[in-house]
Design a protein around this ligand. Sequence first.
Ligand SMILES: [Zn+2]
Length: 392
Amino acid sequence: MPSETIKLTAKFKLKETPKGLDDLFSAYREIVNFLITYAFENNITSFYRLKKGTYKELRKKYPQLPSHYLYTACQMTTAIYKSFRKRKRKGKAKRGPAFKKKVIMLDDHLFKLNLEKGVVKVSTPNGRIALEFYPVKYHEKFRGWKVGQAWLVRTPKGVFINVVFSKEVEVREPEAFVGIDLNENNVTLSLPNGKFVQIITHEREIRTGYFVKWRRIQKKLRTGKKRKKLLEKYGERERNRLNDLYHKLANKIVELAEKYGGIALEDLTEIRESIRYSAAMNGRLHRWSFRKLQSIIEYKAKLKSVRVVFVNPAHTSSLCPICGGKLSPNGRRVLKCKCGFEADRDVVGSWNIRLRALKMWGVSVPPESPPMKMGGGKLTRYEINTLHTING
Ligand SMILES: [Zn+2]
């Protein structure tokens, strides 16, 4: 069976940060800025050329520093410089490139992670130091995964270590696809057995709640630190709540799709005509949230060796899944076609997504059966908070 690699980044907050770490952050920032200047002046985007041109001088200046810090600094610099050149070409770069963050990139020579004990050992100019981090339930989740790179990051909330885990998974041939239509307040699934499942997410209510809070803060506090702090606090709460929701949702979706081996999603890098959201809401956040939810579905599916395909989203909610004709509204929720087909809007979307995946996969689509044709199949509704059926 062919295999694929899944990569996930986990974040661990350090309990304490010894003084030596601060010195390391400063030294690393100095080094990266030195490298950036060198890359900029000599127009170097190659890691090897950058390392070759600077190693001796840096080695002399930082004799105690483990040499792999110089390698990762070169890696980071080439990435920073390349993205600077890209922005410059687009006319978006105002100043020259500079590195102001307190970030240190670590490769596998520079750290050793012990998830069970909650300790990470990091090489420093004064030898290896053991850093404790707050316990997270990750050690179960990442048992047997490979540890890749990591980043030490200092933020106003403390020092974190972000670790990339990877795992090889087998990919099997899908037998059929579950079509998934993501909406602002529900997710609708079209199953290969002709049934439809709708999970009510209440995402709109959550968003509206936070939107109102945002507005209130913005009106009350025009400027200042307190305003910024409050907005950040509620922004983070909203993201956390949506994140929890997405994990729950993705688990349910993968559970329903597992026996078929395939999931079809809309390709959101294309036009997003089929996604219906209220204009008053923040469009930026929406793009973030649909992509986020998709990426969670994608990795959870891969872990169960369920294939995920992305289909063209154009007109998925306005064309008849039976004859391909243009649908017209018949009441608030229902769409109908000249051929006699009639179904709920969300049913139509997920149905078309499933059919497109079949076509993409080269499966000839069997003619839909008459009861499905007329009623759009049976629709079962779930509440996300309890995952209890509302009807059916
Ligand atoms: Zn039709």
